[in-house]
Design a protein around this ligand. Structure first.
Ligand SMILES: Cc1cc2nc3c(=O)[nH]c(=O)nc-3n(C[C@H](O)[C@H](O)[C@H](O)COP(=O)(O)O)c2cc1C
Length: 319
């Protein structure tokens, strides 16, 4: 039976059992709407939204989303405690389920703005941010981070960092299981080159049994998810879920053990088509909605024809 989930879903056991990662220029509200057609239970994340854009740019349009996307976390980037607290209040007012702070982005632009992975070296500041965010909203405050940056020791200093965020009220910690090398690698390389160290994430779960620990990085199948779930509270998939989204159709039955029959690709497209028609009527360009379903037939006969057809579509009614 299909289970409906509201935005204010309690953060309970299994709340983060399966998550789709925040990905700039990919997991926009259209992609998330499509992902929600495939899975009712996965936790979805917005792309990182820099807090300056919302507060200084007075642009709360950046927070727009559809209610159908819930449960949905808003990911903020920044390190100004007051602004992040204000952003958290706005996120709650807009209906988000959770506020997530990005402490994993390795881009030089982010580091220059004191955003992302560079903040692993500033645990006191992060503690202050989380504390203020936590006291300004009833929502769960989570972080998404790495196992370390540059020459940071991934032993005790990582434990201390996690302890600081936990002491300040963050009980859900998503960890990309590789270091970010801020000096020397670009963001793409930082998603591929530093080796994955899953056992360090399992070790954090042992050391902090009361935290909700979600593992991320390089996960490519439901079986791999099941394996990681023996040692952690949740898995987060990024590139694989976006590039081969049909994996999401098996999440509710295989991981959440709901007896939903996975939706067929054809039915998923039919449902998404209705959304696309509506969006295009409101002024969204066709390719902005169709681009998210390019990978739907990945691995199937005719996948190339599907992609070619999609690339040529001028009117979403042709879907
Ligand atoms: C195009 C792209 C954009 C990304 N943008 C974000 C982002 O906005 N916030 C974030 O925390 N991580 C971002 N990431 C990192 C992913 O969330 C994830 O941590 C990373 O891709 C590793 O997981 P994966 O191997 O399952 O893809 C991005 C990754 C990609 C490929």
């Amino acid at each position: 039976m299909e289970e409906k989930v509201s935005s204010k879903q309690n953060i309970s056991k299994k709340s983060h059992y399966f998550c789709v990662a925040p990905m700039m220029a990919k997991t926009d509200r259209h992609a998330r709407f499509f992902h929600r057609i495939l899975t009712k239970r996965a936790m979805l994340y917005t792309e990182m939204i820099p807090i300056y854009g919302i507060i200084k740019g007075k642009n709360d349009k950046l927070l727009e989303h559809n209610q159908e996307e819930y449960p949905l976390a808003l990911q903020l980037g920044g390190s100004d405690p007051e602004m992040l607290a204000e952003g958290s209040i706005m996120g709650e007012e807009k209906g988000y389920t959770e506020i997530n702070l990005n402490i994993g982005c390795p881009s030089p632009k982010a580091s220059n703005g004191r955003i992302g992975a560079c903040l692993m070296k500033e645990p006191k500041l992060i503690g202050k941010c989380i504390n203020l965010m936590k006291s300004s909203t009833k929502l769960t405050i989570s972080i998404k981070t790495r196992i370390g940056i540059d020459d940071m020791d991934i032993g005790r200093p990582l434990d201390d960092f996690i302890e600081t965020v936990s002491d300040n009220g963050c009980k859900t910690v998503i960890i990309h299981a590789r270091k970010a090398l801020l000096k020397g690698l670009n963001p793409k390389e930082n998603r591929n080159i530093p080796p994955l160290n899953y056992s360090r994430v399992y070790d954090l779960k042992n050391k902090f049994p009361n935290l909700n620990i979600v593992i991320n990085g390089g996960i490519k199948s439901i079986d791999e998810c099941k394996y990681h779930l023996k040692y952690t509270d949740g898995v987060m998939l990024g590139r694989y879920a976006y590039d081969q989204p049909y994996i999401l159709s098996n999440v509710d039955n295989e991981l959440f053990e709901l007896d939903n029959k996975p939706i067929s690709r054809i039915d998923a497209v039919k449902e998404y088509k209705k959304y696309c028609i509506n969006e295009v009527k409101k002024g969204t360009s066709t390719n902005l909605v169709t681009r998210h379903i390019m990978g739907l037939y990945h691995g199937c006969k005719g996948a190339k024809t599907w992609r070619k057809k999609l690339a040529k579509i001028k009117d979403v009614k042709q879907l």
